[in-house]
Design a protein around this ligand. Structure first.
Ligand SMILES: [Zn+2]
Length: 378
């Protein structure tokens, strides 16, 4: 290969002055491209069905994002910080819009957040329980407080759209002369999908095998239809469609420590990991601060419903009701409570680094400095 010299017709002259080449290789990302990358990082389909995740506030396109601002809670103080720091997109772990808004006025703080965001052309994205379930998410980060351990989700997530729609598959054979009548009646039933036919030979006779997916409710209707038409016989098969579990993905974690650790030592590890001077502890019945902890069930935020019924030496979460704490203690389970968002917020520093790699450092990612748990020990 020949060297390209300035005199050569193939020499390309830089379009920018020499000094500009030294600027950091940051580039803007279009909001839609960024949202797509965020959805790839942790799919919104991992979120609980009751949740409100994804892009919640979108300024009119095109919207270029240079600064992505991370916060656990989007309060009005945090919004002002995002405005000061010229963020174009806020990633708020908790969704600032949850209950539907009937109006967008200056009347309530949630509405003012939306007004302020749109006036300042700031988008708002919330991952919430999608990040709880993700293998590299909030609960995974919280488990690191315990030290060396293995962990599995307490409530594993299933693949969102596999193997197909419906909860059941039903297959049966029918004589060719009945086929059109049967199919037209089945098509009238709601919640039937993937209806297909293929030729079959039954005891030397040409027949058609019909296959369909359906909900449990539709299954009863299809079976009733077949029974009425004397079509339900030994060649009918009903399969329960089970979605496969996603590895290391789901709500909460059951952690098994590589070796038992006294409860009092676990408390110190948690304080250090969460950078907290105080936590609340309820020692399980028959246990002491010196009792060994081998298994711990945890859930970032408000963990009662996720932890309930789990056998473990310790429950670790942000908040639990008085009566749920009494239940756990009566069952010999110690409980450590750290306040709701203190079990979530520290994840943002880890997220800044992992998201930076995922987004190929195309945007500037900063973590809020004003975001904090509203409860303090005084
Ligand atoms: Zn929470």
């Amino acid at each position: 290969m020949l060297p390209l010299l300035p005199g050569s017709p193939l020499f390309l002259r830089p379009l920018l002055p020499a000094r500009a080449w030294a600027l950091p290789a940051r580039a803007l990302m279009d909001l839609r491209e960024l949202v797509s990358a965020l959805n790839d990082f942790a799919s919104p389909s991992l979120a609980e069905s009751w949740d409100n995740v994804g892009l919640l506030v979108e300024p009119s396109p095109p919207h270029a994002v240079n600064t992505l601002f991370l916060t656990n809670d989007l309060t009005e103080e945090v919004m002002e910080e995002a405005v000061q720091k010229k963020a174009e997109l806020i990633l708020s772990y908790h969704p600032p819009i949850f209950a539907p808004l009937k109006r967008v006025t200056w009347g309530t703080w949630k509405e003012r957040l939306v007004v302020r965001a749109l006036e300042r052309r700031i988008g708002i994205y919330s991952p919430h329980t999608a990040y709880d379930a993700a293998p590299h998410g909030v609960n995974n980060w919280l488990a690191k407080a315990l030290g060396a351990c293995t962990s599995i989700p307490l409530h594993p997530s299933t693949a969102p759209s596999y193997p197909a729609e419906g909860t059941h598959r039903l297959e049966f054979c029918t004589g060719t002369e009945h086929l059109d009548a049967v199919l037209s009646k089945i098509k009238d039933i709601q919640e039937v999908s993937c209806l297909t036919t293929f030729p079959a030979r039954v005891e030397g006779e040409e027949q058609t095998r019909v296959s369909l997916n359906c909900s449990q409710k539709a299954l009863l209707e299809v079976v009733a239809l077949l029974s009425q038409n004397s079509l339900l016989y030994h060649k009918t098969e009903i399969l329960l469609l089970q979605k496969p579990l996603l590895p290391h993905t789901g709500m909460g974690r059951l952690c098994t420590l590589s070796e038992p650790v006294p409860l009092s030592d676990i408390v110190e590890r948690i304080k250090q990991h969460l950078r907290l001077p105080h936590v609340r502890i309820a020692v399980g019945r028959g246990r002491t601060p010196e009792s060994p902890v081998k298994t711990a069930a945890l859930c970032a935020g408000s963990g009662s419903s996720v932890l309930k019924g789990t056998k473990a030496d310790l429950y670790l979460t942000g908040e639990m009701s008085h009566h749920d704490v009494l239940d756990a203690v009566a069952n010999g389970i110690s409980v450590i409570l750290c306040e709701h968002s203190n079990t979530e917020r520290g994840f943002l520093s880890e997220l800044r680094d992992t998201l930076g790699i995922h987004l190929q450092n195309k945007v500037n990612i900063i973590v809020s400095e004003t975001d904090r748990d509203p409860l303090q020990v005084v």
